[in-house]
Design a protein. Structure first.
Length: 298
């Protein structure tokens, strides 16, 4: 039930809580605590009021906020493997495609985590690729209870921020999204390369990749839209694969020797890592039939 910030500022108390009551899992009291601070000038100010309500709450309520998060759906749910936002986010992160061995590892980690900390493992799954999920789980298991509880609360805040941005439109939105974009330049001709096929894949393991996006460059050498946008960019290793050989087969190699077959450069891979889910990763390709370079642009 989406709304505008202006409408929420004017809404009845009951309607305000009805819209925002699920932003924090099973905790409509967070929205109720923010009510007296209306009107809010920005979405960020609304989130700050809700976040402060959690931080100022009694310890029993804060603990209930952590224990109220849902468990992983599917096979792993039977042992409560991981607390995530929803089945849709789990599927987006590839958790519905895990192998038996990966599920078994998650279940073993979760059993150890619950025994050590007494709460479900909470993670903002939209900010992580599949490999990062498991790595983060293992790292956090080595933490200590006080630190881990603060970490779990921070993840609750990340989940809530994404939910609030999706629910409420208005001035001063929260920074919860990132981008991956690209641009292909043909330096033989000194202009953008149009019609270049581009694939973006995520590395799940040394032997498994998942196709994230597929596009073709336009007359400006760019894709119509960023390859990832409107959401956090999951922490992962990615590779952009450019059909450079087909481009030069189509337009020619320019002055100098004719393009051989197979060409010296055919599919050009650019592998890079994303560690900031809310960052902009612009990864251009500057190329000839015989060489290429890249950099992190803006």
């Amino acid at each position: 039930m989406a709304s505008t910030l202006a409408a929420l500022n004017e809404a009845s108390d009951a309607d305000f809580v009805a819209v925002l009551g699920a932003v924090f899992e099973h905790a409509p009291w967070v929205a109720e605590a923010a009510l007296p601070q209306r009107p809010f000038a920005t979405v960020e100010a609304l989130f700050t009021a809700m976040r402060d309500a959690v931080h100022n709450a009694q310890d029993t309520r804060r603990l209930a906020l952590l224990t109220g998060h849902p468990e992983l759906a599917g096979r792993a749910a039977r042992s409560g493997a991981i607390a995530l936002e929803s089945i849709a986010e789990q599927a987006a992160a590839g958790l519905d495609r895990m192998s038996q061995a990966e599920y078994a590892r998650f279940e073993a980690l979760n059993a150890a985590y619950r025994e050590k900390f007494g709460i479900p493992f909470i993670l903002c799954v939209k900010r992580h690729g599949r490999a990062s999920l498991l790595k983060t789980f293992e790292a956090r298991l080595a933490s200590v209870p006080d630190v881990e509880r603060r970490t779990a609360e921070a993840e609750v805040m990340r989940i809530a921020a994404i939910r609030l941005n999706a629910l409420v439109s208005g001035p001063g939105p929260l920074s919860t999204t990132g981008r991956i974009s690209t641009h292909v330049l043909d330096t033989v001709r000194g202009k953008p390369a149009a019609g270049v096929a581009v694939d973006l894949v995520e590395f799940v393991s040394a032997t498994e990749t998942v196709l994230v996006a597929r596009a073709v460059t336009d007359a400006d050498g760019r894709t119509d839209m960023p390859l990832i946008h409107g959401r956090p960019v999951p922490i992962a290793t990615y590779e952009l694969r450019f059909g450079l050989g087909d481009h030069f087969r189509r337009v020619g190699a320019g002055p100098g020797p004719a393009l051989p077959e197979p060409p010296f450069l055919d599919i050009v891979p650019l592998r890079f890592g994303v560690g900031d889910p809310e960052g902009h990763y612009h990864v251009p390709l500057v190329a000839t039939p015989w060489s290429y370079q890249t950099y992190r642009g803006s």
